[in-house]
Design a protein around this ligand. Structure first.
Ligand code: GMT
Length: 374
């Protein structure tokens, strides 16, 4: 198939998933065209059968807000025609599914056609899509898609209730990992380990309010008071300053490392003992899955779709949102008991491979495309 993929190319789970999917599809012989405003962050500079088409928004003094959605629709229309695409796969509804709908209308006016498939990732439904400024267009765009998928059952149900589209067929196709990449053993001898036996707690996110990064630091401070440990914070975003301040206020700043944005997190995860994700709402939690696949138990919240990914008591521990004491207690009980940690680490790596292995999930996307094309 000739497949167009549009996603947010900068940091974020949806861009990571879209890119890994594109690479996997190209490996399986499909031709993949990324149509975005920037080279996706996990995309290698060159990869056979993968093409990158930059969307240039242009600048004109009249436009206080350059119309990216329109420039994207025009680029989609052009790439579909010039590369004979079979379908456009939009990751994150806003504005990608809307631009794809416009492109499809333009094509139809010329007697041509294209299938539009949309994968819902999270805040496109739970936050942005429910904002009154975007609700109607989100509903319209997802209802006009030829195929819809959501990354978790939680997000499927949330979409149906928030947009009243109980008749919409939304397939649940979860996120996935490449087991060869998220492999603790692979990086064992590559990483400088802490030479004093301190435990490594890790958090990876875009540091937005929904991630509750102050809770991450608070949980860590409680663990740190009992068990020698460090906290590694990967990523960046608006609440990074808050997390730094929390670390200073709690007097743990010398043991909290802020690494900023890092593209390839697998080597880091392989050095972690515990992953923290005290999110207030998460449709899936790709970083948690990447941690599990790396044999890192996850301590987080029972919010949104996270309980679908993390098996409470088996591959990690889940507590109510804001229950810092509960999460710290759970973290300590795992870290202090080597037998328990080992069992959880093994279960996490195995479960990620059984339920979220790349080959099986990518095959489901191929079937999703084939159904739409029929
Ligand atoms: O909404 C975000 O935080 C960004 C979004 C994205 O586009 O990266 O993340 C969402 O999609 C990820 C990939 O499917 C999921 O793993 C995240 O759980 C989801 N974020 C939220 O639901 C908050």
């Amino acid at each position: 198939m000739n497949i167009g993929i549009t996603c947010y190319p900068t940091y974020g789970g949806s861009g990571a998933v879209a890119t890994e999917l594109g690479i996997a599809l190209a490996r399986r012989g499909h031709e993949v065209h990324f149509i975005t405003y920037q080279q996706p962050f996990r995309l290698p500079a060159f990869f056979p059968r993968i093409y990158f088409h930059e969307v240039d928004v242009g600048r004109y003094p009249l436009f206080e807000f350059p119309p990216y959605d329109l420039a994207l629709a025009v680029r989609m229309h052009e790439v579909v025609l010039s590369h004979k695409l079979d379908l456009l796969h939009c990751h994150y509804a806003i504005p990608h599914a809307t631009s794809a709908w416009i492109a499809r209308e333009m094509l139809r006016a010329q007697g041509s056609d294209i299938k539009v498939l949309t994968t819902l990732h999270g805040t496109d439904i739970t936050i942005v899509g429910q904002d009154p400024s975007f609700h109607a267009i989100t509903k319209f765009s997802i209802e006009r898609s030829d195929g819809l998928s959501a990354v978790s059952s939680f997000l499927q149900a949330e979409t149906q209730s928030a947009f009243g589209c109980t008749a919409c067929r939304i397939e649940v196709i979860p996120n996935f990992i490449d087991p060869a990449v998220y492999d603790r053993e692979r990086y064992k001898n590559e990483l400088p380990q802490l030479d004093d036996g301190r435990k490594v707690l890790m958090h990876i996110s875009n540091f937005r309010p929904v991630k509750r990064v102050r809770d991450v630091v608070q949980v860590f401070a409680k663990v740190h008071a009992e068990v020698p440990s460090v906290l590694v914070m990967v990523g960046d975003g608006p609440d990074r300053v808050d997390a730094e301040q929390e670390a200073r206020e709690l007097g743990v700043e010398r043991d909290v490392y802020f690494l900023g944005k890092i593209d390839q997190v697998a080597p880091l995860l392989a050095a972690a003992d515990l992953f923290l994700l005290p999110t207030s709402r998460e449709s899936f939690g790709l970083s948690a899955l990447e941690a599990l696949a790396s044999g890192v138990p996850v301590v987080g919240t029972d919010a949104g779709g996270l309980p679908e990914v993390v098996q409470d008591g088996v591959t990690g521990a889940l507590c109510p949102v804001g229950d810092v004491d509960g999460m710290a207690k759970a973290a300590l009980s795992i870290l202090r008991d080597p037998g328990k940690w080992e069992a959880m680490s093994r279960a996490a790596a195995a479960d990620a491979r059984v339920r979220y292995s790349m080959d099986a999930v990518v095959a489901r996307y191929e079937a999703f495309y084939e159904t739409a094309l029929k």
